[in-house]
Design a binder for this molecule. Structure first.
Ligand code: ADP
Length: 395
């Protein structure tokens, strides 16, 4: 009995997968959307069964009940599936959660208290945790934090140069995100290279709708581009990435209010702000047909990635591997080529045919004689949450 229910909750959705932690087989998966709206929706896959229903899900408790109903409707109630544990993805674990943690009442309260640092995510996680613990009270529930992997960063990488008292009072420091992805991708990259992770200097580029870069030395994160919030760093689908903090003061003084500024930076910036679409495929198509704004957006995106690449090459004292992952990183050969262009002086040499091959598995895209191995490694956050949950409960 090694089935782990992985729960990934957002403010208005719950994504879930039932994974056999030992074989990594997907036993079921699904998504509840539009929690809190008049009519919600659930989509559930289990074996050959596929269920799609409109449901009333006023809150996460109702949403979780809908998930359990879907299992029963698909033919095997969750009780019969012998779930060993539930693994909950939690975006913000602050400085206190450095490893997967068994959820008690006190831990659930701390996750809620961290909402000050993650107002959109942690309250939703807390609601889903309460609902899931009520629905499945006899199995352990484990929180797996996106920030935990980055707790190994040295102080000089996580400290912002502002008044230390203000920083301490408000918890202002770099936490970093996408940690579950950076961890699983760095391990899979090491496996592909047939090298122990402890011997590798890796730069992982997680390029999806959200995007971050991570410098990993011997399996430990030593720096990452996201900061106090997932807004810092690379250009993303709708988020700005790096910006002079003075620009925010300028906009506030020009009459923009805080909520407007929040929406501007989180929802109306990045590729969307520069081109009108947050989808890299649209931007690429527009650029190919000569749209100047789309071309510039891609150049700005590539420039931001290369800026971090340069910084992390220095921080790591060189790199053994550069790893691309997530929607854009796994699929956009043209962007990968642009990121790696003219880096032969540094020992990076892409093989164009390997780069453009449409293969879903982890693979090398550099030439055999490239000093730095450039890889594409699909991320799998759910499998990693299942693995960490299983490890904790069987330890
Ligand atoms: P999220 O951060 O939401 O998990 P994903 O990792 O799924 O995001 O990445 C979404 C991004 O991946 C979108 O910008 C999408 O355009 C891009 N993407 C998906 N497939 C392709 C493709 N074949 N070529 C280029 N970009 C792609």
């Amino acid at each position: 009995m090694s089935a782990i229910l992985v729960v990934n909750s957002g403010s208005s959705s719950i994504k879930y997968q039932l994974i056999d932690a030992e074989s990594e087989e997907r036993l079921a998966s699904g998504l509840v959307e539009r929690i809190g709206e008049q009519v919600g929706r659930i989509e559930h896959h289990q074996g050959e069964e596929r269920i799609e229903l409109e449901v009333r899900v006023p809150d996460h408790t109702a949403a979780f009940a809908a998930v359990l109903d879907a299992f029963a409707q698909a033919g095997t109630a969750i009780a019969e599936l012998e779930v060993a544990a539930v693994g909950h993805r939690v975006v913000q674990g602050g400085s206190e959660f450095v490893a997967p943690t068994l959820i008690t009442d006190a831990v659930a309260e701390r996750i809620l208290a961290l909402r000050e640092l993650a107002p959109l995510h942690n309250p939703a996680h807390h609601q889903a945790i309460v609902a899931a613990r009520a629905a499945l009270p006899d199995v352990p529930h484990v929180a797996v934090f996106d920030t935990a992997f980055h707790q190994s960063m040295p102080p000089h990488a996580y400290t912002y140069a502002i008044d230390t008292q203000v920083a301490a009072q408000h918890g202002v420091r770099r936490y970093g995100f996408h940690g579950i992805s950076h961890l699983v991708v760095s391990r899979r990259a090491a496996a592909l290279l047939e090298r122990p992770v402890s011997t590798l200097r890796q730069i992982v580029l997680h390029l999806g709708n959200g995007a971050s870069a991570c410098a990993i030395d011997g399996g430990r994160s030593i720096d990452t581009s996201m900061g106090l919030t997932p807004l810092e760093g690379l250009v993303m689908g709708t988020r700005s990435g790096d910006l002079d903090p003075g620009a925010l003061l300028h906009l506030l003084r020009s009459g923009m209010d805080v909520d407007e500024l929040d929406r501007l930076l989180n929802q109306r910036s990045g590729l969307l702000g520069l081109t009108g679409s947050n989808d890299f495929r649209d931007v690429r198509a527009a650029a190919a047909s000569g749209d100047a704004a789309a071309r510039l957006a891609i150049e700005v995106t590539v420039h931001a990635i290369r800026r971090y690449l340069g910084a992390y090459l220095v921080a790591l004292g060189g790199a053994d591997t550069i790893v691309f992952t997530a929607g854009v990183g796994e699929n956009a050969a043209d962007l990968r080529a642009a990121v790696c262009a003219d880096l032969e002086w540094f020992g990076v040499r892409l093989d164009p045919a390997r780069n453009e091959a449409r293969i879903r598995e982890a693979r090398r895209i550099s030439t055999d004689d490239s000093r730095v191995a450039v890889l594409v490694v699909p991320t799998d956050e759910e499998a990693e949450i299942a693995r960490q949950t299983w490890e904790l409960i069987t330890a």
